[in-house]
Design a protein around this ligand. Structure first.
Ligand code: PD2
Ligand code: ZN
Length: 233
């Protein structure tokens, strides 16, 4: 008998419990424990929230100082193998702090956990990226593609990514916004501001395609926190 084609994967069910701020009553500020954070923009689909005054100038400078000497050409997770490889879609330089690796990193992570109502232990280490003039991050999804053969290996540690928080640490002179091409949204890379977005299933229907626009002048630095389904040990 001829071999049967593999059954099509069932469409992903949306998750109900998701990271995110409490926005009932449309507050202008939300409590992040040690700081009142501004709510500057909210969007429902894709779920996007822009936060102002999330980090102080000193905190932004401290993260940059701690990362600077550890930068190497960024590696993105190579989903075909579950390993890492150079990816031409991202022309920034980057590194990861381990969770809680310094008092500053721990303070920032605890603030994010309070803001987004998601345990610190479910977060990946903070990633720091530096974009030189001309550097960009082409539009992509942050979840791991269920169709890629390397994805099951990646998901063993912490499960899927559910949400992303990109925090701007240094403003470029021009360019470098975070774009959401499906909805024509671009967030200006203002120091201390953070753009949060979540995806309740690993699927383009979440409209969370996003990219880092080319930096046209100066250097852009960001910190990215990804939130997982479970403990990221
Ligand atoms: O630096 C950005 O604006 C950016 C854009 C898209 C960062 C990321 N993705 C990321 O870190 O995933
Ligand atoms: Zn991204």
């Amino acid at each position: 008998a001829p071999a049967q084609p593999a059954a099509a994967a069932a469409p992903a069910e949306p998750r109900t419990k998701m990271p995110g701020p409490l926005l009932e009553g449309s507050p202008l500020y939300v409590d992040a424990g040690d700081r009142q954070v501004q709510v500057l923009l909210t969007m429902k689909h894709p779920r996007v929230v822009v936060f102002g005054d999330l980090l102080s100038d000193e905190e932004c400078e401290g993260l940059i100082a701690g990362a600077r000497e550890r930068l190497a050409r960024s590696l993105t997770v190579e989903t075909k193998t579950g390993g890492e490889a150079l990816n031409v879609d991202r022309t920034s330089d980057g590194m990861f702090f381990t969770r809680g690796e310094s008092p500053l990193v721990q303070r920032v992570e605890e603030r994010i956990a309070r803001l987004l109502h998601w345990p610190v232990e479910f977060g990946e280490g903070l990633q720091i990226l530096r974009y030189a003039p001309g550097a960009q991050y082409r539009p992509h999804y942050d979840y791991f593609d269920p169709a890629e053969p390397g994805t099951p290996t990646i998901l063993r540690r912490g499960g899927q990514r559910l949400a992303t928080l990109v925090i701007y640490l240094q403003e470029p002179g021009q360019g470098g916004g975070t774009t959401f091409p499906d909805v024509g949204l671009e967030v200006a890379p203002r120091r201390g501001t953070g753009v949060f977005f979540s995806y309740d299933r690993p699927d383009p229907s979440t409209r969370t395609l996003h990219g880092g626009a080319p930096v046209l002048a100066g250097e852009k630095w960001v910190a990215t926190k990804w939130l997982r389904e479970r403990e990221f040990a």
